[in-house]
Design a protein around this ligand. Structure first.
Ligand code: NAD
Length: 495
């Protein structure tokens, strides 16, 4: 059985319910180190009975939390922010051990993004304003219409492996600060770093039951979605899982952040050197396991040869190896499922005529940095999210052709466009359906205070800052009639 803690007090139990870690009743699962292949921790897994207990805890905590003054909620969020910064280093190291994000990128995730999200949520709730407006329905000045927000109740948050503490911090902080209570199902690949983060909530004095945690695989997420006391849903993960959740969300508010198709378009007048650096980040940051990765490099024929030559040369310089080392730029993939899909896409492209050049080891979960030229739109790699360290390059002869190819996938999270011409940037930017189009910036750039989310099969809704609060509160209109004189046009006999 999993113990309450290992010698280093790492939480490995199945659930945090009502402020206490407890064993689950669905056995255990192993969290492995993708670099060594060794088991890091045995973590307890929740059954649907455990999910019931976690939801009951969140439901019981809701009335008091909803009634907690905004300034008090904000104060607790700031305490979590401060504590998180103090304890960030071991959490970053655990992220590297569990999911093989390089230690430099894991530190960035916790110090730059995850911890500050709690502070940002505290600021945001104090600026989450309602509206008051005049009645336009009647000939009167006696009406007052006031729009307020109220929390939904119990919300579930289900998160993916690639930004285990960042995506969940954004979600949990904003959902909770708005007065909701939460049951969080972290990724089974990043269970321990997430549990370490959850420990901070208890230490910071977040009231018991406001954020509960259920560990386990997709069946635990599924039980949460099925639960009738779960009133709203936050999900980030693949489009395939998102579709199942959307089908069950029914009339409940839901925010779905799903897969991307990352078109990275380089027009004839682009700054090629800058585009090469942008593409290196877009294709190889965290071995391409990012929803905003550059999934397809769509390059104008006028700059194609120059781009391909320079990009291949830069790829050969990548430092690939142990993600725990400070100077490593790319480590292995996180898990077998991701590796299998990458291999399938590359083999399919090879079979259909793509030319392949690889740098780095291919063993265990390591997959080389891979450049594919001669890529055509009938290849899987050009149609679906690959989520690996691959750079499929497609040659085009016009901006219109680039847009046509970019729009083929039905996904639409983020696109990157390289041009020095303002009118081209504007026209192409508008012609892409993607939720965000970065101009002369890598696809992996997003701002923590700007709306983020996908169109088409990339998701439903927008997250970050006030957009998050809008989804996870219900708009409520209070209409007052102050009494006094009303003009009655019917009585006056005419319109
Ligand atoms: P995934 O869909 O396999 O899993 C995500 C989470 O859902 C995990 O916690 C998993 O246990 C859970 N889950 C699995 N099946 C479930 C079900 N039937 N019901 C409820 N929960 C279930 O995704 P992943 O492999 O962890 O993450 C990679 C994917 O996430 C990629 O497609 C990536 O593009 C996407 N992603 C999107 C964004 C975004 O903001 N749009 C951000 C990060 C990752």
């Amino acid at each position: 059985m999993p113990k309450n803690s290992t010698a280093d007090t790492t939480p490995t139990q199945a659930a945090l319910i009502d402020g206490k870690w407890t064993d689950g009743s669905a056995g255990t699962f192993d969290v492995c180190n993708p670099h060594t292949g060794k088991v890091l921790h045995e973590v307890g897994s929740c059954s649907s009975a455990d999910v019931d207990k976690a939801v009951a805890s969140a439901k019981a905590a809701f009335p008091a939390w909803k009634a907690t003054p905004f300034v008090e909620r904000a104060k607790i969020m700031r305490r979590i922010h401060t504590l998180f910064l103090e304890k960030a280093e071991p959490i970053a190291q655990m992220i590297t051990a569990e999911i093989a994000k390089t230690i430099t990128d894991a530190r960035e995730e916790v110090f730059e993004y995850s911890a500050p999200s709690w502070g940002k949520a505290a600021e945001e709730i104090l600026r989450h304003r309602g509206l008051s407006f005049p009645s336009t329905q009647e000939q009167t000045t006696n009406k007052r219409l006031v729009l307020t927000h109220r929390p939904h109740g119990v919300v579930t948050a289900i998160t993916p492996y690639n930004f285990p503490t960042d995506i969940s911090s954004i979600a949990l902080a904003h959902i909770a600060v708005a007065g909701n209570t939460v049951v969080w199902k972290p990724s089974e690949y990043a269970a321990v770093s997430c549990a370490m983060m959850a420990d901070l909530f208890v230490e910071a004095g977040l009231p018991n039951g406001v954020i509960n945690v259920c560990q386990g695989d997709g069946s635990v997420g599924s039980a949460l979605i099925d639960h009738e006391d779960v009133k709203a849903i936050f999900f980030t993960g693949s489009t395939a899982t998102g579709r199942k959740i959307a089908a069950k969300a029914a009339l409940r508010p839901h925010l779905l952040e799903l897969g991307g198709d990352g078109p990275f378009i380089i027009l004839a007048d682009a700054d090629v050197d800058a585009a090469v650096e942008g593409a290196m980040n877009g294709c190889f940051y965290y071995s391409g396991q990012v929803c905003t990765s550059a999934e397809r490099l769509i390059v104008h024929e006028d700059v194609y040869d120059e781009f391909v030559e320079k990009f291949k040369a830069r790829t050969k310089q990548l430092k690939i190896g142990d993600p725990a080392k400070d100077d490593t730029e790319m480590g292995p993939l996180c898990n077998e499922a991701t590796l299998k899909r990458v291999v399938e896409h590359v083999e399919d492209a090879k079979a259909k005529g793509a030319i392949i050049e690889q740098t780095g080891p291919e063993e265990g979960l390591y997959y080389p940095a891979t450049v594919l030229t001669g890529v055509t739109t009938d290849m899987l790699i050009a149609q679906e999210e690959t989520f690996g360290p691959v750079a499929p390059i497609i040659k085009v002869s016009s901006a219109d052709e680039a847009v046509e190819i970019a729009n083929m996938s039905g996904l639409g999270l983020i696109a990157s466009l390289w041009t020095r011409d303002l009118a081209s940037a504007w026209r192409v930017g508008e012609a892409l359906p993607h939720g965000t189009v970065n101009i002369n910036e890598t696809s992996n750039y997003w701002d923590q205070l700007a709306p983020f989310g996908g169109a088409g099969n990339s998701g439903v809704g927008r997250e970050l800052s006030q957009w998050f609060l809008e989804t996870f509160t219900e708009r409520k209109l209070l209409v007052f009639d102050l009494g006094g004189e009303h003009t009655d046009r019917r009585a006056e006999g005419g319109w």
